[in-house]
Design a protein around this ligand. Structure first.
Ligand SMILES: Nc1nc2c(c(=O)[nH]1)N[C@H]1C(S)=C(S)[C@@H](COP(=O)(O)OP(=O)(O)OC[C@H]3O[C@@H](n4cnc5c(N)ncnc54)[C@H](O)[C@@H]3O)O[C@H]1N2
Ligand code: MOO
Length: 388
């Protein structure tokens, strides 16, 4: 196929912007939940509420190094696990409070002489951490749906758990095309520094998926087919090659693999050539355009909903912002514009052409401007950025 031939044209009808989100969300099969050790649960979404398997703490303990005392002082010093009034026994922080003890006296305010312990008599319960102070047995301490942080998994350990059941991890294989792409140093004319290698794994992590493999695809049909059809991979995300030029093999590869086109282009700019396809084995291919901003906006448009669907959580909400200025639309679809906020209202950033990153790098979010544009003061749909 020659590059003068109808490049970027679609074989089917392009999806509307909102429709594309919904199609991507609905296309996803939920990854099965898994039970993982506590340290592997950080960042995952809890499926079942965590309840305390015992009182936390499960026994009354001392909050200080010192003396467990019973009744009023001075006290006879004994070495026993049960005290009678007028007796004291040494105790360390965290130590089990002896039966009959009323309080703990800190070591530095007590004096030992005449074989007895002297200090003013503490109030009942002083420096004793009662059992069940943090949670009682059976009490829910972490709600289902929580994204687990390091404190949550420590809390689960304290509540007696060894593992947690979390939503399945969405894993992604990346297939990056582009013979002109170089990964280090200064590019010569006709070459371009790789935008995707450094940003896609982090971006996908923020959207709730993790990249488990990444390969550079040669400009050949065979290598493209091999990259898209990896056994056991539920989601392949490719970059570039979505056009119809002689060097773009993606569509041909999908056709040869017998893929079902779920989204054959989106009525949006940049990012219009984005594809979503299902291979006969059930795995999904999200094909992002090669232009860096187009790819990021496509990922925000349908990548987020797709990963949410695979994770088994709700379709992400959209924002609405007030425009500080009038903006022009473009016939045929939504225009996505990274914006900044000035006095609480949105102003489109400069440097937002399809191949640029500056506008997005400094953005508060991305406006979704309707094809007929919008006036100053209008409320317009916006996408939040996962790093803001
Ligand atoms: N005749 C037409 N040409 C184009 C059309 C069209 O409708 N008719 N659509 C344009 C649009 S819109 C987009 S978007 C791109 C889609 O291009 P591809 O997905 O085929 O991507 P490539 O051609 O491989 O690359 C496009 C552009 O992106 C650069 N690129 C690719 N990979 C990387 C990377 N890893 N890091 C940085 N930059 C990358 C590549 O060098 C190209 O400049 O097609 C338009 N053309
Ligand atoms: O998706 Mo293309 O510009 O719209 O870059």
């Amino acid at each position: 196929m020659s590059i003068t031939q109808h490049h970027g044209a679609t074989t089917g009808t392009r999806a509307g912007w909102l429709e594309a989100r919904e199609v991507a969300f609905a296309a996803a099969s939920v990854v099965p939940v898994e039970t993982v050790p506590l340290d592997a649960a950080v960042g995952r979404i809890l499926v079942e509420p965590v309840s305390a398997l015992l009182d936390v703490p499960h026994y009354a303990s001392s909050a200080m190094d010192g003396w467990a005392v019973a009744g009023a002082g001075p006290w006879d010093i004994v070495e026993r696990a049960a005290l009678r009034p007028g007796e004291a026994t040494a105790i360390v922080t965290g130590g089990d409070i002896p039966i009959g003890a009323d309080a703990v006296v800190r070591s530095e305010i007590a004096e030992r002489f005449d074989g007895r312990l002297h200090a003013s008599t503490p109030t009942r319960g002083h420096h004793i951490r009662p059992a069940g102070e943090e949670a009682t047995r059976g009490e829910t301490v972490i709600a289902a749906g929580t994204v687990l942080n390091p404190a949550h998994v420590a809390l689960a350990a304290g509540a007696g758990h060894d593992t947690l059941t979390v939503r399945g991890a969405v894993t992604v294989s990346l297939a990056l095309t582009g013979g002109e792409v170089i990964t280090a140093g200064l590019p010569a004319a006709g070459q371009v520094r790789d935008s995707f290698g450094p940003q896609l794994p982090a971006m996908l992590r923020m959207l709730g998926a993790s990249v488990t493999s990444s390969r550079r695809v040669a400009d050949t049909i065979d290598d493209t087919i091999a990259a898209l059809s990896q056994p056991g991979v539920a989601l392949v995300i490719s970059t570039g090659g979505t056009g119809n030029s002689a060097r773009d093999h993606l569509r041909t590869a999908l056709e040869r693999l017998g893929a079902e086109m779920l989204i054959d282009g989106i009525r949006m700019r940049p990012g219009g050539p984005t594809l979503l396809a299902r291979l006969p084995g059930g795995s999904l291919v999200l094909a992002l355009p090669g232009n860096p901003l187009a790819a990021m906006l496509a990922l925000l448009t349908i990548g987020g909903p797709l990963i949410a669907g695979m994770t088994g959580v709700a379709l992400p909400d959209l924002d609405t912002v007030t425009l500080a200025v009038a903006v022009d639309g473009v016939a045929g679809g939504a225009v996505l514009m990274p914006y900044r906020l000035e006095n609480g209202a949105a102003v489109p950033n400069r440097h937002r052409a399809s191949g640029m990153m500056r506008g997005l790098a400094d953005a508060a979010g991305v406006l979704v401007v309707p094809s007929d544009g919008a006036k100053k003061g209008d409320r317009v749909t916006a996408i939040a950025l996962p790093w803001n």
